[in-house]
Design a protein around this ligand. Structure first.
Ligand SMILES: *Cc1c(COP(=O)(O)O)cnc(C)c1O
Length: 406
């Protein structure tokens, strides 16, 4: 008899964005007075930088000729891309990362989801709340979270990110083995200071724990004092894996390219307490289960590190940050407490009511879609996430409409 993985039945309700889509469809069927503006979903809206498009075109042409055609590439990514990443994203910031510690992939979602395969089943896991749902759901599927009551899994340690701690949780008093952190944060837009990250690195070293650091929004950091990488913190190489993506940096959500950094010193332990390097394990997993990102896409990704590419990426992010400033200022002027949006495309807004209730109100009264904070975890209740990924005209129109919520 084929037995099913019953852990799937422990997953909480439907995926957040499916429920949002359902409510929008239901409302749209009642003939709303005007077009709905979606300020909710975390997908980019602007086209790829021209440097990426030109590089991709050239690479496609190479595939058309026997002399320059490429078949299977190295699963970890082409050296040209890994060298550009190591130099520009890490060494230029004083973070000592070598090209062979970088694994190019088709997404930070897949990598943050798949990495848990490297760890034993009975580990203690700390997860921030509110949180990007992938970290929780993949551990539920793997049988690590146990049953849920009132939206919280018995087997997880929750790190509440609230106004009281500036949405940056401190390490817990109890020891845990695996910690997920994401800065700049989705959904709160919070960033962590060097001192806050250093406290986490010290905790991980003291507890023989591992940090999984999701830096998908690193390119939005404009404040010089904020670290872009966990490897800017001394000691992180042995206790942290970092996830990056071209999705939000350069508009690759539909093009697909990302990477994971596993330093050679990074370790987990056997039950007997012996340290085991994770680099060969992830190498084995990646080369066994993944075929690599297509050559034209890796060439397009490489192009963001050219002088033109850098300038284009900067103006792309500046554009979204301009939207974010408009959202934050508009919501603040309406009297809402609004945080994030300075080094992040997300603005986290305290609504003064149940977050799904505010969602329905914004949809019905303003025809504006926001993301209910409760969908990201219990500590997101009372908040909504507003995204800066939109056209300037839509952002301005949406902010004008939301004044009707007051
Ligand atoms: C968008 C996002 C990613 C990027 O995912 P890709 O699979 O690379 O598109 C990763 N982490 C968080 C928190 C995100 O919001």
């Amino acid at each position: 008899m084929i037995l099913v993985n019953e852990n799937y039945s422990l997953l909480q309700s439907s995926y957040l964005f499916a429920e949002i889509a359902r409510r929008i469809r239901e409302y749209e069927s009642t003939n709303p007075p005007r077009k709905i503006i979606r300020m909710g979903i975390g997908d980019v809206t602007e086209p790829l930088p021209s440097a990426c498009i030109e590089a991709m075109h050239r690479a496609v042409d190479e595939m058309a000729s026997r002399d320059t055609f490429r078949g299977y590439g190295p699963e970890q990514g082409y050296a040209f891309l890994r060298e550009a990443i190591a130099e520009n994203d890490f060494r230029a910031r004083g973070a000592d990362i070598a090209p062979d510690e970088i694994f190019v992939s088709d997404g930070a979602k897949c990598d943050t989801a798949n990495i848990q395969e490297l760890f034993a089943r009975d580990i203690r896991i700390a997860i921030p709340d509110p949180v990007y749902p992938v970290y929780v759901d993949t551990n539920v599927m793997a049988g690590r979270a146990g049953p849920a009551t009132d939206g919280r899994y018995a087997g997880l340690v929750y790190l509440d990110s609230t106004a009281a701690n500036g949405f940056v949780p401190a390490p817990p008093a109890e020891p845990v083995d695996l910690v997920y952190l994401c800065f700049p944060n989705n959904p709160t837009g919070a960033t962590a200071t060097r001192e806050q990250l250093a406290a986490w690195v010290a905790y991980a070293r003291a507890n023989k724990a591992l940090i999984l650091f999701d830096a998908a929004y690193e390119a939005f950091i404009r404040d010089d004092a904020t670290p872009h990488s966990i490897y800017e913190i001394p000691g992180a190489r042995e206790c942290a894996i970092e996830f990056r993506s071209f999705s939000k940096t350069a508009g690759f959500t539909g093009t697909r390219c990302a990477f994971t950094v596993v330093p050679k010193e990074c370790r987990a332990f056997t039950a007997a307490g012996e340290a085991v390097p994770l680099h060969p394990l992830w190498m084995r997993r990646h080369t066994t289960k993944f075929n690599g990102v297509s050559y034209p896409v890796q060439r397009a990704a490489e192009a963001i590190y050219t002088p033109e590419g850098k300038a284009q990426v900067k103006s792309l992010i500046d554009f979204y940050l301009g939207n974010a400033a408009i959202v934050r200022d508009a919501m603040s002027r309406l009297g809402y407490e609004a945080t994030g949006g300075a080094n992040s495309p997300y603005i986290w807004v305290r609504t003064g009511m149940d977050s799904w209730k505010f969602f329905d109100k914004a949809l019905r009264e303003c025809q504006v879609v926001v993301t209910p904070g409760a969908g990201f975890g219990r500590s997101g209740e009372g908040y909504v996430r507003i995204s800066a990924f939109n056209s300037r005209a839509n952002v301005e129109e949406a902010m004008a409409r939301l004044s009707a919520t007051r």
